[in-house]
Design a protein around this ligand. Structure first.
Ligand SMILES: *Cc1c(COP(=O)(O)O)cnc(C)c1O
Length: 252
């Protein structure tokens, strides 16, 4: 993806156009798909530039980076989201930014976030992250609960006073076309809504596969590279200089 020669306005428009085209191709209203700008590794100034163009929702994958940027940009009407693996002891700090958590994948974290939601006086919006596995049926280990465990965790979330269940989140597994994986997510989402009618969200799709996600029913796509450019790498295809790869732990 060549983004170096383009402006933030051009990149934002291009992503909005891709979302709208994918929605129309699927017979959906483009307004039914929200854009989350994943600003991990990018500066508060980069966030400001997109915010000035009307982008309000931003996502981070490290607690410290989220709290720092949210504090620096507290005067702007931004909406924060947390998309990385979250340690229990950082739940309160993340919740205090008002962030929606897309990576809820275990009971202990659900209870910690619920406490934090009660403490801040407003429930924390959460997506249960699902591990969509690989073609051979094994777990892909990019974070998330196994499909068979979604209902149990969702029931627990629904019963906790400090949480609001928004829906499901997933990252497409590597080494498999994204469409069938997102189709599996859509089926899980449908099952979830049978028990929890308010949990209508499907957080799926990134720079490389947002079309497939929108075709499968994504209500929110999480886009970093196509909006901001390629994150700096220290080794081929893996570790950003100031961040961690998706799915890895933020703890050092
Ligand atoms: C980094 C990240 C994204 C954005 O990925 P791009 O390929 O840069 O668009 C989306 N979701 C999660 C969970 C991420 O960590």
């Amino acid at each position: 993806m060549i983004v170096g020669m383009t402006t933030p306005a051009e990149r934002l428009q291009a992503v909005r156009d891709r979302i709208a085209a994918a929605a129309r191709a699927a017979g959906r209203d483009p307004a039914s798909v929200a854009l989350l700008a994943v600003s991990k590794t990018w500066s508060a100034d980069d966030v400001r530039a997109l915010a000035a163009l009307g982008q309000a929702a931003f996502g981070e994958n490290r607690a410290q980076e989220l709290t720092a940027k949210a504090a620096e940009l507290a005067h702007l009407p931004l909406e924060w989201h947390f998309v990385g693996q979250l340690q229990r002891n950082k739940a309160a700090a993340v919740a205090r930014t008002g962030a929606v958590v897309h990576s809820l994948d275990r009971s202990a974290l659900a209870r910690a976030l619920s406490w934090a939601g009660e403490e801040r006086g407003a429930p924390v919006g959460v997506f249960v992250q699902v591990d969509l596995g690989g073609a051979a049926g094994e777990l892909a280990e990019r974070g998330g609960v196994a499909p068979d465990d979604v209902a149990r965790l969702a029931d627990e979330v629904a019963g906790l006073p400090g949480l609001e269940l928004r829906g499901l989140m997933a990252v497409a597994p590597r080494g498999e076309p994204p469409a069938p994986a997102f189709a599996r997510l859509a089926v899980l989402g449908e099952r979830l809504r049978a028990d929890h009618p308010g949990a209508t969200g499907l957080s799926a799709g990134m720079s490389g596969d947002l079309e497939e996600a929108v075709a499968a029913g994504a209500t929110l796509v999480r886009v970093g590279t196509a909006l901001f450019g390629s994150r700096p790498l220290t080794s081929p295809g893996v570790t950003p200089v100031t961040g961690v790869p998706p799915g890895s732990s933020e703890e050092v």
